[in-house]
Design a protein around this ligand. Structure first.
Ligand SMILES: [Zn+2]
Length: 144
């Protein structure tokens, strides 16, 4: 890959930082982007920047949202007495697609792993205790 132009090499290096992509796959994607129209390439770059600028954690549950409360927390038809604890926002997407769950969620933001130094304080545990004090949950389940 030493004959690669510095500009192409920079793109390949950035893509290769993504999980599950080695240099070879990164080069394939970079070549694909190179063949795309300039407007498609700009749309991709802009989508990446926008997702970083606009998405943040829901103030209540930790889901991803562009506003203060996510679409689930702000949905009055959801059962606020039924809480499902999940590891990540992807779990919410998966459960919403695969189940008929009508309660609300709490995202921990990882798994407890004392050997890797991930203690309760690294997760959104304090927020969870806070919520169990202030919100009246009938039932709390784990959405693993
Ligand atoms: Zn939320």
């Amino acid at each position: 890959m030493s004959q690669m132009s510095p500009t192409l090499e920079r793109l390949v290096d950035q893509i290769a930082k993504l999980p599950g992509l080695g240099k070879k796959s990164a080069l394939r994607l970079a070549m694909h982007i190179l063949k795309q129209s300039e407007s498609d390439a700009r749309a991709l770059a802009e989508a990446i920047v926008q997702v970083k600028m606009r998405l943040h954690m829901c103030a209540r549950c930790g889901n991803l949202t562009e506003v203060e409360l996510c679409s689930i927390c702000s949905d009055a038809k959801r059962d606020g007495g039924l809480l499902c604890i999940v590891e990540s926002p992807q779990d919410i997407l998966r459960l919403e697609k695969a189940t008929a769950f009508r309660g609300i969620y709490h995202v921990l933001g990882g798994v407890l792993s004392p050997l890797d130094g991930v203690g309760p304080e690294a997760l959104r545990m304090a927020d969870l205790w806070n919520r169990t004090e202030h919100e009246k949950f009938r039932e709390v389940i784990l959405g693993a």
